[in-house]
Write a protein that binds this ligand. Structure first.
Ligand code: SAT
Ligand code: MN
Length: 562
């Protein structure tokens, strides 16, 4: 079936999914136009160990990606597609990544046997007739073949063939494994295109910040999955009365390119949000709450028998008769909603969406933020000395793992640019591309690193986060304007305590000290870890990276061989 993306077609698919139990309708009074989907219990997150880059040369995938040759990949996975769609309908889903009519948008076509995938792609991309119109008579599109197969993790593979610009995915119906426009195309395949063509495909939110003067800044921020990109993108300013306002351009992916004015310009290739549900509440993210108040597909949240959805963090009153994410009566001990349960919703429904979110040329970027989830070591915020140092900071960022991918949660891993699971080629060559881009952008954005997740000795978060993160953004803007007090530390510029507007926050003096502290011993311990990480890349690692590490070691006054 060729999908045209129309309302009528969508309704037909929804009706079929209601009939076969793929979806259930939520209470129309509290969640109008919204549905619940329960995925297979073994198919609840991206599976990085089953995700492969199938470049001809192993070296082109690099040491951080799983690799198979194109020949081996096809030989191994083609049999899993054999008769996989038997008894199901095959849907042909043309889609556009990027605003319709934008010269930077790209067309994909996903073939799938999952109606749920079609319904999600309709929200997450510009899908159907507009995509065929954009393709016109051309033949430039990224083909993606998808089947849920038998949903067994033993017969699950997500393959990318960068030289052919082709995607094969079998055995999963979940998120980035199955909605091929998102991570597979807009990050893994797009990053390989971007490298060739002189632009960048990044795992970044894009936000708009308006100052009382009327001055507007756009900021990109890269955090690993489930580290608060959606919350930051939809931040409600606690200083709105004073004229500081934040709006949303995108929450997960940015396509960036140097503009004719020498600045870096960003487009959000997506049309919707596929956000983590737990932790989303009226206090943490009121804009997301309003966005998902209607016409939303929920996957793996808890629900009452009457169809009222619930999740940890929605409020403090779980309904008495709640069914957990698998549909079993909730025992009130474990999690009711799966920690990686998601909402799929159109970006246009977001009250904070920027009027410029679909601008064909994108928006000009003033600052790039990198960040991770770290209980210790990384201070609340620091500024890189310059572009190349910023690339080093981003390339070496560490973050504790989350439920967004299958595997152990809470272990620190190096996640360069939050792209570890999403870079379609050798990560060391990707560092080189970042360095090269620095020379192609006459007015590069300032680069910062943040850590909202610093804890005290008793494991309590020191920083209130969420809306209060605005205060950190304002310091960044002051730095860009040549103001903003800072002290130079071995890792970068850290705000002086009085340079951050902390009015009304009631943070103790010692909390502020810890938050802004750069502990020399902790950072000295990072050096050999970073060196070991770099060693994995051998000859592909740009010399600038080692030089930056040596310079850091020197500033920490340890010997380069430490
Ligand atoms: O890849 S997903 O789209 O499932 C979500 C994420 O990990 O960012
Ligand atoms: Mn993501």
């Amino acid at each position: 079936m060729w999908c045209d993306g129309s309302d009528a077609e969508n309704q037909r698919l929804i009706d079929q999914m209601l009939a076969d139990g793929t979806l259930s309708k939520l209470d129309a009074r509290v969640a109008p136009g919204s549905y619940l989907h329960r995925s297979h219990p073994s198919d609840v997150a991206r599976t990085e160990h089953l995700t492969f880059i199938c470049s001809r040369e192993r070296d082109d995938a690099g040491p951080t990606n799983n690799w198979m040759s194109p020949k081996d990949g096809k030989a191994k996975v083609a049999p899993l597609f054999e008769s996989a769609m038997k008894g199901r309908t095959m849907y042909v889903v043309p889609y556009v990544m990027g605003p319709l009519g934008s010269p930077f948008s790209k067309v994909g076509v996903e073939v799938t046997d999952s109606r749920y995938v079609v319904a999600n792609m309709r929200i997450m991309t510009r899908m159907g007739k507009p995509a065929l119109d954009q393709l016109g008579g051309g033949d430039e599109f990224v083909p993606g073949l998808h089947s849920i197969g038998d949903l067994s993790p033993d017969r699950r593979y997500i393959l990318h063939f960068p030289e052919e610009r082709l995607i094969w995915s079998v055995g999963s119906g979940y998120g980035g494994n199955a909605l091929l426009g998102k991570k597979c195309f807009a990050l893994r395949i797009a990053s390989t295109l971007a490298r060739k063509q002189g632009w960048m495909a990044e795992h970044m939110l894009i936000l708009e910040l308006t100052l009382p003067s009327g001055e507007v800044h756009y900021i990109c921020a890269a955090f690993p999955s489930a580290c608060g990109k959606t919350n930051l993108a939809m931040l409600v300013s606690p200083l709105e009365k004073q004229g500081y306002k934040v709006r949303t351009v995108g929450d997960d992916i940015a396509w960036l390119r140097p503009g004719p004015d020498g600045r870096l310009w960003a487009v959000n290739p997506e049309a919707g949000f596929f956000g983590v549900v737990p932790g989303t509440g009226p206090d943490t993210n009121p804009n997301a709450m309003a966005t998902i108040g209607h016409d939303t597909i929920f996957t793996n949240v808890a629900v009452t028998p009457g169809g009222v959805p619930w999740w940890e963090g929605k409020d403090k009153n779980p309904p008495a008769d709640l069914l957990d994410w698998q549909g079993k009566p909730w025992d009130r001990t474990g999690k009711a909603a799966h920690p990686n349960s998601r909402f799929t919703v159109a970006a246009s429904q977001c009250p904070s969406i920027s009027p410029r979110w679909e601008d064909a040329q994108g928006v000009p970027i003033s600052a790039i933020i990198f960040g991770g989830r770290r209980a210790r070591v990384a201070p609340l915020v620091f500024q890189a000395f310059d572009w190349n140092h910023g690339v080093f900071v981003a390339a070496t960022m560490g973050s504790e793992t989350t439920a967004a991918a299958t595997g152990k949660v809470g272990v620190v891993r190096r996640d360069p640019m939050a792209m570890l699971p999403f870079c379609g080629y050798n990560m060391a060559d990707y560092f080189g591309h970042w360095l090269r881009m620095g020379t192609a952008i006459a007015k590069p954005p300032a680069i910062f690193h943040v850590n909202w997740f610093r804890q005290d000795a008793s494991g309590q978060f020191l920083w209130p986060g969420f809306g209060q993160n605005l205060r950190v953004l304002l310091w960044m803007i002051e730095r860009i304007q040549g103001k903003g007090g800072a002290i130079e530390t071995p890792v970068g510029f850290v705000p002086t305590p009085d340079a951050l507007n902390l009015d009304g926050l009631e943070l103790s003096k010692s909390a502020i000290e810890t938050l802004l502290g750069v502990d020399r011993d902790e950072w000295v311990d990072e050096v050999p870890e970073i060196r070991a990480f770099f060693d994995r890349f051998g000859g592909h690692l740009p010399a600038e990276m080692t030089q930056s590490l040596d310079a850091l070691a020197q500033r920490l006054s340890v010997t380069a061989s430490a």
